[in-house]
Design a binder for this molecule. Structure first.
Ligand code: B12
Length: 486
């Protein structure tokens, strides 16, 4: 079948002109993974990345008129809700017979798939959870024109309509051996269009790789897209994918976008050793994300030798009380150690901080901003706590705070300090405007310090780096017109 996989535009009002130059244009690896699998099953696949191509709805309409498709798959993050529905209406106008299937973090969160099919007639199916196998099975049924209750109910992990009811089938277990999935097919993407956000790279082209899925930790704010079981690609497969990026796409840098790159020390060590053995560390540099409790001075030394220039840590708060409250399972001491060890190993650090956590007081917010400065992180990001569906925080939202306005998924944005709308949620006793002001203040206070500016200037080793710092500063100075980095 002829399948079009669509990544909607992220432009839902916040992402402004200047920001488009600074923010990430990130490869939709979810669609590239799925594309590879569907091709393996004999389907013809294309990907339309509206965000990367900067496509308006008119552009999409023109594209659809010039091509032929039988089935459409649309990726859906929570804040892409209305984009997805508008795109689906455009598709159905041009292809009234085509099937539209949605999947991704939003439909996968508890209850959402049902809600989507009940509300949005234009959507035919929702896939819940890991989709490579599910999507392929669903396509078989559609291709053989067997969309009956009997056949559809055999497919695990979907939502479909049966007469006037929406039915959810049995959950699909995740695949244990990730190497079973083919390497994401990046030939379906125009790779020249992509780049991470400013603090994720030093040299372009820089491309992302995902080496694992799942997470065994229990942070209450995190959307668990897959199950809790951590699964990873083999080190050989990681090296193979790195080589493709270097040889076929000229990558100068790689960003490991896994939630926790050092989840298993033995695995991380093996990957680093293989990178060194193959001499890839002389060709590229890389960065990754992990937890402060999962690094040691020895591991960091090896990572540096293997080409790691930066690590992003989820610090979240400067208050132990709040860290415990959100079940982060780390201590202030572990945070301080991780940042100190990185500096000793010559690895740059980035701290992800959260403002407006449940029960957080204004003093604790200020303490969090101060803590990021004390840590001497090279980069910091301050996002506003947002209760995404599928998180523990979502279930606690009413008890621990207040939801504002009618439910509008488009506003579930962690950068709302830079938007016009009220925050979707605030902890009890805190006001939307106060938290929004704190988010802007945190960024200014962190970056506009002589020490940080001087460090950035002395770090400039190439024109690309200079350009990225200028863009970053412009985004901050634009006082809200800049598209914030992810
Ligand atoms: C890379 C990444 C980004 C990138 C790029 C996203 C992209 N273009 O794909 C960037 C930097 C742009 C980004 C931005 C944001 N992100 Co983000 N991001 C990720 C990250 C780290 C990896 C995504 C990924 O590729 N995963 C691997 C693939 C294989 O998994 P997957 O995406 O879930 O896809 C599988 C299934 O969900 C499903 N599926 C996915 N799409 C589709 C489509 C169809 C048709 C079907 C059938 C199935 C299907 O099948 C896939 C294969 O099994 C995830 C965390 C994570 N570990 O997944 C967060 C994550 C997706 N991001 C998240 C969030 C909150 C954001 C932001 C809103 C944060 C912010 N700044 O406010 C923004 C949103 C930007 C926007 N305007 O939309 C949340 C989503 C929560 C939610 N309910 O929407 C996640 C899950 C993080 C988390 N744990 O909380 N993100």
């Amino acid at each position: 079948m002829r399948v079009l996989l669509v990544m909607p535009s992220m432009d839902n009002g916040y992402w402004q002109k200047l920001g488009k130059k600074v923010g990430p244009k990130s490869e939709p690896l979810s669609l590239a993974y799925m594309g590879a699998m569907l091709k393996r099953h004999g389907h013809e696949v294309k990907i339309l990345d509206c965000e990367a191509l900067d496509y308006s709805f008119n552009d999409v309409e023109n594209y659809l008129n010039q091509n032929e498709f039988d089935v459409f798959g649309i990726a859906m993050l929570t804040i892409m809700y209305s984009q997805t529905i508008t795109l689906s209406n455009i598709i159905k106008k041009i292809y009234p017979q085509a099937k539209i299937i949605v999947g991704g973090p939003h439909p996968s969160a508890h209850g959402n798939a049902k809600e989507i099919l009940e509300k949005e007639n234009v959507i035919d199916y929702a896939v819940i959870g890991e989709a490579e196998k599910t999507f392929a099975e669903l396509l078989d049924v559609i291709e053989e024109e067997k969309e009956t209750y009997e056949e559809l109910s055999k497919i695990e992990g979907i939502a479909f309509r049966n007469k006037n009811n929406v039915l959810i089938t049995k959950p699909r277990a995740t695949v244990k051996e990730l190497d079973e999935f083919p390497i994401p097919d990046r030939s379906l993407l125009d790779m020249k269009l992509y780049r991470p956000s400013v603090s994720y790279y030093r040299k372009l082209p820089a491309y992302i790789i995902l080496t694992s899925r799942g997470c065994g930790y229990r942070c209450t704010f995190c959307s668990k897209v897959f199950d809790k079981e951590f699964r990873f690609h083999s080190p050989d497969r990681v090296i193979e994918e790195m080589k493709i990026l270097i040889e076929d796409y000229g990558a100068k840098e790689i960003v490991f976008r896994d939630d926790t790159f050092t989840m298993r020390f033995d695995w991380t060590k093996e990957v680093c050793e293989k990178i060194i053995e193959e001499g890839l560390n002389n060709k590229i540099k890389w960065s990754c994300m992990t937890r402060v409790s999962l690094v040691t001075p020895e591991l960091l030394k090896l990572m540096k030798e293997a080409g790691c220039w930066g690590i992003h840590f989820g610090v979240e708060s400067g208050s132990q009380r709040l860290l415990d409250m959100i079940k982060k399972d780390v201590t202030i001491k572990q945070i301080k150690n991780a940042f100190k060890w990185c500096r000793e190993a010559g690895i740059e650090t980035r701290a992800f901080m959260m403002l407006g956590l449940p029960t957080e007081t204004r003093d604790e917010s200020l303490k969090t901003i101060q803590f990021a400065k004390e840590l001497d992180a090279d980069w910091a990001q301050f996002t506003i706590t947002t209760p995404y569906p599928g998180t523990e925080l979502y279930d606690q939202a009413m008890e621990l705070g207040e939801l504002h306005g009618p439910k509008d998924w488009d506003n579930y944005q962690t950068w709302s300090g830079f938007s016009d709308h009220e925050l979707v949620w605030t902890p009890k006793g805190r006001k939307s405007d106060e938290l929004k002001e704190l988010q802007r203040r945190a960024l200014f206070e962190f970056y506009f310090r002589p020490k940080v500016i001087l460090r950035k200037i002395t770090n400039i080793s190439n024109i690309a780096l200079l350009k990225k710092y200028v863009l970053g500063a412009m985004a901050l100075a634009s006082g809200g017109n800049g598209r914030p980095v992810e």
